[in-house]
Ligand binder design. Structure first.
Ligand code: NAP
Length: 435
């Protein structure tokens, strides 16, 4: 079998380990890895393992995945590693045995760093699905140089946050004949008659993340980012709530990590590869006036409570109540997930070939889309696992040096978009560029 990339050192027992396999998201990541391993997406058989705190839970996850894939068993071909974030030795042992860890243990602000540290020190690459800018950028500050020395890749935000947005901007750029200078994206999530919800693992990450915005500012100062120049007409930011003529519904700024992740990718591509940076703003469509009022009420309450320790305790204890049913301790049912889908629409503008983007107004527009299944537990495992496949299989197209990367920085030259298209997260051009 051809050697795969994604980690240094001699041959290791596993190419990939799913850590946090027993979590709500982890179980679907396991299923998706098993699907990729069986589906011929990789050159040769995949040697992989699941890792977590409880052997019984991990066995149960493997049994469930086998059942859902119509296989007699997965257990025999998949390793099981016992590993706890609180036990550095167990993390080091996991990292030494694999080329790549898919880390599903969150909130990452509490549990993520020891995993990154163990991976970097022991020569394994690491992919996570964090949507927490403070964790993502903190890992860049602390481990970028060490990861480069070790030749490993630490790539955060490889779930719904923020692969569709980050790769969507790059796709839009590549489809425009000319120079793309600005993009706005609009997210629409549609669910079936039974509605949809998000597991409270993500709620916890949001509660602790939003309570700590001040430290994110300090962290960014400490990193001392090179400013990204504005090329082309400056992208105007929309208001806190506005009526979108394109969708005939109200929209609000998207609260996730997309904007910060895209900015990191654009900074990297500009400073390292001299590519023209694209300005980006992300919005989410929220429906009619009634939905806006509900959302504003819930949002104000959330922002008030999140500032105080007692408020945070209440938010964590009663996710369903404070999110008006959007986040639950049980997570969505299979039926809810099957009936949910997302569309992210990108409106790009730029300058046609031969036109100087430093002069005058943009003269070309393009509209593209990324569409996919339920974001949290179907699209996220697909994105994470395809990122892993790209890291292992398209190793020659990764940045020449290891380091801590955003998905767009790491995968811009790989076949990740083609791979996602094949798994149902589809990128397409809606309206061709017109001058
Ligand atoms: N990017 C996206 O779009 C996206 C989508 C979905 C989820 N996420 C993120 O993924 C993370 C997980 O979410 P979730 O809903 O799956 O949470 P969850 O169900 O609570 O899962 C947490 C996992 O972490 C494990 N864990 C907790 N403490 C541990 C420790 N000390 N040592 C080892 N393992 C430990 C748990 O193991 P046990 O089973 O042993 O308790 C469980 O497997 C969250 O940060 C969430 O925000 C992101």
């Amino acid at each position: 079998m051809a050697a795969r990339g994604g980690g240094g050192g001699a041959e290791r027992p596993y190419e990939l380990v799913v850590f946090g396999a027993s979590g709500f998201t982890g179980q679907f990541v396991v299923e998706e890895v098993a699907r990729a391993a069986a589906g011929g997406e990789l050159r040769g058989p995949l040697r992989w393992a699941v890792a977590g705190r409880s052997r019984d839970k991990l066995q149960a996850v493997l049994e469930r995945a086998a059942e859902r894939l119509g296989k007699a068993a997965l257990g025999a071909e998949v390793g099981v590693l016992l590993c706890d974030v609180g036990d550095a030795g167990s993390l080091a042992a996991m990292a030494r045995q694999t080329r790549l860890v898919l880390n599903c243990v969150g909130p990452y602000r509490f549990f993520g760093e020891p995993v990154v540290k163990a991976c970097v020190e022991n020569g394994a690459s690491c992919i996570d699905i964090s949507g927490e800018p403070q964790f993502l950028e903190g890992m860049y500050l602390k481990y970028n140089e060490k990861a480069a020395e070790k030749g490993v890749y630490v790539i955060g935000s490889c779930g719904f946050d923020s692969i569709p947005a980050d790769m969507g901007v790059l796709y839009t750029r590549d489809k425009l004949k000319g120079t793309l200078t600005a993009v706005e994206s609009f997210l629409t999530v549609k669910s079936g008659p039974e509605g949809s919800c998000i597991h409270d693992g993500t709620w916890k990450s949001a509660v602790y993340g939003l309570s700590d915005q001040d430290n994110l500012k300090k962290l960014r100062k400490q990193i001392g980012y090179t400013p990204v120049p504005v090329v082309g007409a400056k992208l105007k930011r929309r208001g806190l709530v506005f009526y979108s003529q394109e969708f005939k519904e109200y929209s609000i700024p998207f609260m996730g990590s997309d904007v910060s992740v895209v900015k990191r990718s654009q900074r990297y591509l500009h400073t390292q590869l001299q590519e023209t940076p694209v300005q980006y703003a992300a919005y989410a469509n929220v429906g009619g006036f009634g939905s806006v009022m509900k959302l504003m009420f819930a949002g104000i309450l959330f922002l008030l409570l999140v500032k105080f320790s007692l408020g945070r305790k209440l938010l964590i204890k009663y996710p369903e109540f404070f999110s008006a049913g959007r986040f639950t301790k049980k997570g969505p049912t299979q039926k809810q997930m099957d009936e949910t889908s997302f569309t992210m629409t990108f409106f790009g503008e730029g300058y046609s070939e031969g036109q100087d983007p430093q002069k005058g107004n943009p003269n070309v527009k393009i509209c593209t889309q990324v569409k996919g299944p339920e974001p949290g537990y179907i699209a996220t495992p697909i994105a994470m696992v395809q990122a892993a496949v790209a890291l292992l299989e398209d190793a020659a197209c990764l940045p020449a040096q290891g380091g801590v990367y955003s998905p767009g920085a790491a995968f811009s030259k790989t076949k990740l978009i083609d791979r996602l298209n094949k798994r149902g997260v589809e990128f397409s051009v809606i309206t061709k560029p017109e001058v």
